[in-house]
Design a protein around this ligand. Structure first.
Ligand code: FUC
Length: 347
């Protein structure tokens, strides 16, 4: 196992961006930037041993700063949308940035996806790891509490990437972190992921309002949201279904089974690449890249089409302070927010 470091450029503010490539003993790798904790590349083999990158991204920092639909980043302080960009804890009401219509999306205008993180590297016999640390100050982007966040990316010799999140605060606050990688297991980013097979161990999903904030909880049974038996993402995506028509695709939280493991499996039959996701989280937001289009050019060369990648964002219920059908959750001083999601690539 080893870690190769390279310069990825400088941000507009002049900060140096470094790319850390965690390479395992088979030569397969995961690359992470200290900017946004972005997963820049995941290089894994197909059934014939051909290695390709399976996540969307850019090869320069300017594109990430100016035109990134959250490619591969650490997303927060709160993933997803906070209705009307406001929430309360006890008597106190907090106001966040409205960066998505009237709502807050993925933590606001200058959120964790645009932050420079401090990096610590660790290499052991079967594991290469980078730990990213950032102290988000009280009221940054409107959230209370000085919050100390550590996100660790661990890559091993079985082609498993495990992402663990840890946060502590000095004042009661909300936090809900995820990683926003767009997977396309074909490695050919001119294609879309509608031919990928997806299985999600979820009996229920969250219905959204037109502005994509949570509104209700529904059984998946007899709906296009039933992924309990594997099916292609494209199979039902164009069905005449009010929830799918909100934005022409899936962008919904699925409530995960608490016992079955792995809870999510994504497979690309033609290449043989398969991704199994195991998490201790409550939900996964399955977002089928509905807003992608040719304005986004992957790695400087491939104009993307709609659904060129699928995000599988494990997290707690989004907007649990405002969405009354789920238990709201805060992080209190002297508690730790701890959560782990593992991504196992096979061929
Ligand atoms: C996802 C979606 C959103 C948004 C964003 C880029 O997480 O839930 O709708 O478009 O990412």
């Amino acid at each position: 196992m080893n870690i190769v470091k390279g310069c990825f450029g400088k941000t507009k503010k002049g900060e140096t961006v470094t790319k850390y490539t965690l390479v395992n003993d088979h030569g397969y790798s995961v690359s992470v930037l200290n900017y946004g904790g972005i997963i820049n590349e995941i290089l894994v083999p197909d059934r014939h041993g051909i290695i390709k990158n399976v996540v969307l991204g850019y090869n320069n920092i300017v594109d990430y700063e100016e035109n990134a639909p959250y490619f591969g980043c650490i997303t927060g302080r709160t993933a997803g949308r906070i209705k009307d960009a406001t929430f309360s804890i006890g008597e106190d009401t907090y106001v966040l940035g409205k960066n998505d219509g009237n709502n807050n999306l993925h933590g606001g205008f200058n959120a964790l996806d645009k932050t420079i993180w401090n990096i610590t590297e660790v290499v052991e016999k079967d594991v290469a790891m980078v730990s990213l640390n950032y102290m988000s100050p009280h009221l940054e982007e409107g959230y209370p509490g000085n919050v100390d966040i550590i996100v660790s990316y661990k890559w091993d010799n079985t082609n498993q990437l495990s992402i663990s999140y840890r946060a502590t605060t000095d004042q009661e606050t909300i936090i809900n972190l995820t990683n926003h990688s767009y997977f396309n297991l074909s490695g050919d980013f001119s294609t879309d992921i509608l031919d990928h097979t997806l299985q999600i161990e979820a009996d229920r999903f969250i219905q959204l309002r037109k502005d994509l904030t949570p509104e209700d909880i529904s059984e998946v049974k007899d709906t296009p949201f039933d992924f309990r038996v594997a099916k292609t993402i494209g199979q039902d995506i164009n069905e005449n279904n009010r929830q799918l028509m909100i934005e022409n695709g899936y962008d919904h939280p699925f409530i995960l089974d608490s016992i079955k493991r792995p809870q999510i499996t994504l497979a690309h039959e033609r290449s043989g690449r398969k991704l199994s996701i195991t998490t201790d989280e409550t939900c996964v937001v399955c977002y089928t890249g509905n807003f992608l289009n040719a304005k986004f050019k992957a790695y400087d060369e491939v104009p993307l089409k709609k659904s060129a990648g699928v995000c599988l964002e494990t997290q707690y219920y989004p907007d649990s302070q405002n969405f009354k059908l789920v238990p709201s959750k805060t992080l209190k001083p002297y508690e730790a927010y701890l959560t782990v999601t593992s991504y196992h690539f096979t061929n």
